[in-house]
Design a binder for this molecule. Structure first.
Ligand SMILES: N[C@@H](CCC(=O)N[C@@H](CS)C(=O)NCC(=O)O)C(=O)O
Length: 211
């Protein structure tokens, strides 16, 4: 059986929880990381060189890096709602996922760290502005792609999981950008996926820095 390791408040873990919900496959879930600890235990550390979450085990392989796990699940279950059967479609999906790793996610999470995870006295206006600027340009690229499309590639794919997971936190840290069309309509459509409301649009209060 598939086994996922990682705390539910990690956006990278949430991507996998959402994907597993799309698949409807049975899986085990072990909470590790953050305030729950357990990442340094030998049993966990042997599964991932980064000692970060998530990790997905399938039999005798352990996969780490959320986007690699998404790609694995999409190929393993080609007939599912996130299945990938076509090489050209896969390449297009990968463009968006790689763009997220290199530009969209660092900007959203950079701003999230500055505004939510850093105690107010240690925050830097300069860093906030830098991350916000980066998010303007990354989100404009996502926005342009979504013009006249329901989802990033037309139909729902793992690219929507990779980038869409970040929209929930983006709405809090850059509400003005998230409220613009077509990002807002995309967010509304993401909310029709049960895995999104079950695992992504959930409280992250345990992550908020204590002043
Ligand atoms: N690029 C990695 C990033 C993994 C990562 O940064 N995970 C964070 C949570 S989002 C983590 O393990 N933080 C330490 C912890 O939760 O204890 C991925 O996409 O899986």
């Amino acid at each position: 059986m598939l086994k996922l390791w990682g705390r539910k408040t990690s956006s990278n873990v949430q991507k996998i929880l959402w994907a597993l919900e799309e698949l409807g496959q049975p899986y085990e879930h072990e909470i590790v990381g953050g305030i729950y600890g357990g990442k340094d235990k030998k049993e966990y550390a042997s599964k991932t060189p980064t000692k970060l979450v998530p990790v997905l085990e399938d039999g005798d392989i352990a996969l780490w890096e959320s986007h690699s796990i998404l790609r694995y699940l999409a190929k393993k279950f080609p007939e599912s709602s996130i299945g990938i059967k076509d090489m050209r479609k896969e390449a297009e999906i990968n463009c968006w996922i790689d763009f997220s790793s290199s530009a969209f996610q660092p900007a959203v999470i950079g701003l999230f760290w500055e505004l939510v995870r850093t105690p107010s006295k240690q925050r830097s206006k300069e860093n906030e502005e830098k991350q916000y600027k980066a998010l303007i340009s990354a989100s404009m690229i996502v926005s342009k792609q979504l013009e006249n499309r329901d989802f990033l590639l037309g139909n729902f794919t793992i690219a929507d999981i990779a980038l869409g997971t970040l929209m929930y936190r983006m709405r809090d840290v850059a509400p003005d950008l998230a409220a613009t069309e077509p990002l807002k309509s995309w967010y509304d459509k993401l909310q029709t996926r049960p895995g999104y409301t079950k695992f992504v649009t959930t409280s992250y209060e345990e992550l908020r820095a204590k002043d």
